[in-house]
Design a protein around this ligand. Structure first.
Ligand code: BDR
Ligand code: CA
Length: 311
């Protein structure tokens, strides 16, 4: 089983990814960032999720703001004001670990050199700080999988080509992309190509256990927003990155490229720039995932919802 350390800003698609992780892997911890909503909410949501999976996964609170500029938008209109669909959950039982997320990232990877897969599902603030504190972090981890970027410029933020996680904290994404010599990049446009059929997904929700009931509840606001924006199908960006982290064989097609982050730009701050033609003369560091095995991905999600007849 892979050993995962998940940096996250739950977030409805983070929630699905975290359910997947607990169904398929060993989860060493959730390090929490601000992003979809503020840190107080994302930390509380992470604790609610650990309650839901009935585990003892530690929840580490991380950075409350991006590294340099304060954000000009969040994603509450997708995920709900509280980040989990405003479903009115009670105060979680799971507590907050007594260690900052950045220190926890460094400690847990030191305790298990070469074993940990880092899964980045949020703005990259915590990871960037960890890397600045200890530039040897990349040598200690088994893999890094990042949900971030929009490799052909169809982003999902107010600055058109920027994807949310990279656009929320571009400097942090820059630090991580420059500091890690090798990572898997699951971008926003891959998400759009790998939506689930709504009827299929509803069937899994109906067939699932209490995790499916929970997910249906937190997903209502996002579903409504997505359909109002004319998006077809069920999209869950972080779930795709989690699938790649759990089982790399889910990747059908990828290309190794140099990927950078635009830090300036009137229209483009936060855009990911992929050197498709190799013109920069810099080593390719990102394995840009271009296609996934949809059936394998679906099977992982079904099992995470308790809707897998084979399980
Ligand atoms: C990413 O941004 C967040 O809104 C989602 O949770 C996901 O991590 C998609 O762009
Ligand atoms: Ca997220």
């Amino acid at each position: 089983k892979p050993q995962l350390l998940i940096d996250t800003d739950p977030g409805v698609d983070d929630a699905l990814a975290i359910l997947m992780a607990h169904a398929h892997a060993d989860v060493l911890g959730l390090s929490v960032a601000a992003g979809n909503v503020g840190l107080a909410h994302t930390v509380r949501n992470a604790r609610t999720l650990v309650d839901k999976v009935g585990g003892s996964t530690p929840v580490f609170a991380g950075c409350p703001t991006p590294l340099v500029r304060l954000p000009d938008e969040d994603a509450a209109f997708v995920h709900g004001q509280d980040g989990l669909g405003d479903a009115g959950f009670q105060e979680p039982v799971t507590g907050i670990a007594d260690e900052h997320a950045v220190h926890a990232l460094l400690r847990l990877t030191r305790e298990r050199p070469g074993e940990v897969t880092l899964v980045a599902l949020a703005p990259l603030t915590n990871l960037a700080l960890a890397l600045r504190l200890d530039p040897e972090l990349p040598q200690r981890v088994r893999r890094l999988v990042v949900m971030g970027g929009a490799v052909t410029g169809h982003g999902n933020t107010g600055r058109v080509p920027a994807e949310f996680n990279v656009g929320f904290d571009p400097e942090a994404a820059h630090v991580v992309f420059e500091g890690f010599p090798d990572f898997d990049l699951v971008d926003w446009e891959l998400t759009l190509r790998h939506a689930f059929d709504e009827a299929d997904f509803d069937g899994w929700l109906a067939a699932g256990d209490q995790r499916a009931v929970f997910f249906e509840r937190i997903f209502r606001v996002a579903r409504q927003t997505n359909s109002e924006r004319g998006r077809r199908g069920i999209i869950a960006a972080d779930a795709l990155a989690m699938a790649v982290a759990i089982d790399p064989s889910v990747v059908v097609r990828s290309e190794r490229r140099r990927v950078g982050v635009e830090l300036d730009g009137r229209l483009t701050r936060g855009a990911t720039v992929v050197d498709w033609g190799g013109r920069l003369g810099l080593p390719a560091q990102a394995n840009v995932v271009l296609e996934l095995d949809q059936a394998k991905f679906a099977a992982m999600v079904r099992r995470a919802l308790g809707a897998d007849p084979a399980a």
